[in-house]
Design a protein around this ligand. Structure first.
Ligand SMILES: [Zn+2]
Length: 415
């Protein structure tokens, strides 16, 4: 018996997972190919919602009105089949050498090129009127050297051009993708400058978009009861990302925001065995990348009165921390920010806790607008991959995940 107890204690401590190990496993899972980038192709978003719900159940979270999911709808532009481009017969690597614009339409076939750059814009607008276009030309836009004022008008003009034919934007180095909620008539792509020059004779596209109307997305929400049930702390993190660009390329979104979701799940697990002072409500939002849609919907349709929220902490980009964290809304809630900074120094957790003013850059925003005190915290330093195919689990260190989780727990205790 004694031996058995000893063995149990040993094995418990041996197998006890650190927050970082827990986080790494969750990020690896959420950013894996089977979640399809948690977007709108192959139901990636829905698969992620089901997974998070299953974890809420596993940790014994309670639900509001008997369900964890809160549904809402929006239109979204998707690329569910092929996204291919060739330059003079040579295929480009999707996501790395070219990307489709989030609002791209479909184009199929071969096109000659018409260049618009600093030498012929804005005159091109005039000459276009006299041109006979038969749909066999694609427009190449080179913004290099175009003046600041003209650039704005060129951007608007390029959307008009996409109604006449495919549009190719030349990009210097890195692509950043996002989610579109409308679609142009023809393909709009960005291509690396190293792949596109005046010698190019023809390009061909096999790009198909599908504008999905009323896509059904789901926030996943659960809570753990505190000793004092009158007030709640909210921990939020969006779980959606950008999804897929065709069937071959997906955006893993490890840092954005599998990492914040992993932290949210870690805290759910933690509080399931450490009864908190106040209720803790876990809000896993959808549609953030499409314009903070899930959190906006929630604040318009709250599951309990918004004035019962004592404080909301939104976690997005929780995967590095080599250079500390930044706190959005710090200038609005100086007292709380001071507490957080003090705890950090006292326990020697993170390199730096940086102050930032209000910003509409994640799911805290609509809560702030409604007068709910909130912080949005993101980690700094380390890998810079963002909204691209390189934001992968393998290269996301979660360097400060242990200390970051401890700091949050200490902070929630003091609120
Ligand atoms: Zn994000």
């Amino acid at each position: 018996m004694k031996l058995f107890i000893l063995f149990s204690i040993l094995s418990l401590s041996f197998f006890a997972q650190t927050p970082q190990e827990f986080g790494k496993a969750e990020v690896k899972k959420l950013a894996s190919p089977s979640f399809f980038g948690r977007g709108y192709v192959n139901n990636g978003c829905g698969i992620a919602a089901n997974y998070i719900e299953s974890q809420f159940i596993k940790y014994g979270l309670k639900s509001f009105n008997g369900k964890y999911k809160q549904e809402f709808n929006f239109d979204v532009n998707t690329f569910p089949t092929s996204v291919e481009m060739k330059i003079d017969g040579v295929g480009l690597e999707t996501g790395k050498e070219f990307i489709v614009s989030p609002i791209s339409g479909s184009s199929k076939g071969s096109y000659s090129l018409m260049w618009i750059d600093s030498t012929n814009f804005p005159e091109f607008k005039e000459t276009l009127k006299t041109m006979r276009l038969n749909g066999s030309a694609a427009f190449v836009i080179d913004k290099k050297g175009v003046g600041k004022e003209e650039l704005k008008s060129l951007r608007e003009f390029s959307f008009y051009l996409s109604s006449l034919g495919p549009v190719i934007n030349i990009e210097e180095e890195k692509f950043t993708w996002s989610v579109g909620r409308q679609a142009a008539k023809n393909a709009i792509v960005s291509v690396l400058r190293t792949k596109m020059n005046r010698e190019v004779k023809k390009v061909s596209f096999n790009i198909e978009n599908k504008l999905v109307t009323n896509y059904k997305a789901e926030n996943v929400i659960g809570f753990i009861e505190g000793k004092c049930k009158r007030k709640s702390l909210v921990i939020s993190a969006h779980y959606d990302h950008l999804g897929m660009m065709g069937q071959k390329v997906y955006f893993p979104g490890a840092n954005d925001n599998a990492s914040g979701t992993a932290m949210l799940l870690y805290l759910a697990k933690y509080y399931s065995t450490h009864k908190p002072k106040y209720n803790i409500v876990f809000m896993s939002f959808a549609g953030e990348e499409a314009g903070l849609l899930g959190s906006n919907y929630y604040t318009e349709n709250p599951l309990f009165h918004l004035n019962k929220i004592k404080f909301l902490t939104n976690l997005d980009l929780a995967g590095t921390g080599d250079e500390g964290i930044t706190v959005v809304n710090a200038t609005l809630h100086k007292k709380q920010f001071k507490k957080l900074g003090k705890l950090n120094v006292k326990k020697n957790y993170l390199e730096k806790v940086k102050l930032r003013g209000p910003a509409a850059n994640s799911d805290h925003y609509f809560f702030t607008q409604k007068g709910v005190p909130s912080f949005f915290i993101y980690t700094n330093g380390g890998i810079k991959a963002y909204h691209d195919v390189f934001d992968k689990a393998e290269t996301l260190p979660l360097t400060e995940f242990n200390d970051y989780s401890k700091l949050l727990i200490d902070f929630f205790k003091k609120l």
